[in-house]
Write a protein that binds this ligand. Sequence first.
Ligand code: 4HQ
Length: 257
Amino acid sequence: MYFTVLTIFPEMFDSFWKHGIIRRAIEHNQMVASAVNIRDYAEDRHQVTDDRPYGGGSGMVMKPEPLAAAIRDTTKTLKTARTVLLTPQGRVFNQKLAWELVSYEALILVCGRYEGVDERICHDLIDDEISIGDYVLTGGELAAMVIIDAVTRLLPGALGGKDAADKDSFSDELLEHAHYTRPSDFEGREVPKVLRSGHHQAIETWRIESALMRTLLKRPDLLQKKKLNPQQWEIFTKWHREIEKILDFQKSKKKGA
Ligand code: 4HQ
């Protein structure tokens, strides 16, 4: 997959390309990534990329000409690319959108600075607008990195030996189960016994319950919009029965008192 980022701060990406899964994906030719300086496409002597807003007011706007030239030049080499603008006005990024983006051969990620880009760029040269969340950044660069990071780990083979099931749609709608490593006793707090039992079926069941319980307690909103699979239904039903037993006991105690 090809990623080209258009930015006035390409140096921000120098270390980003050089670490972890991103670095490995590049080394294994699973992705080709670069950051291109929009300033290089400015025609004037001072290579200006911003200008004052029509109608007045504070702040500056990204000039359309350098940005348009940068997008057109990049599209010439990446003919099938989808051009995405990072903006709070875009579709809010999530795992589902990450899966959609990984299906493209190439992405051109356009990073604005200042108050934003000239509206005519959005209209004529952008295929899609994406936001990474409802807060205001000083530029689109961190948003581009977030998207590249989430999409790269979905590339075939990108997680190395990691189980492909970890990436499937069922597990990524829930929080992950708790994780433990050595020592088995850390400051008096022990790793759950089942995880040290070597009993693979019991471990798998524990993990499914752990994921479901953590989601229920920390992010109930994720469960409210989710269709449960039969195994998850069974776990909820078991909890339901256990809670009913407790409630029945508490009620009987109240009556007795
Ligand atoms: N921006 N998700 C770039 C964002 C943003 C977001 C504000 C985009 C500033 C210049 N981008 N402009 N949230 O806050 O993607």
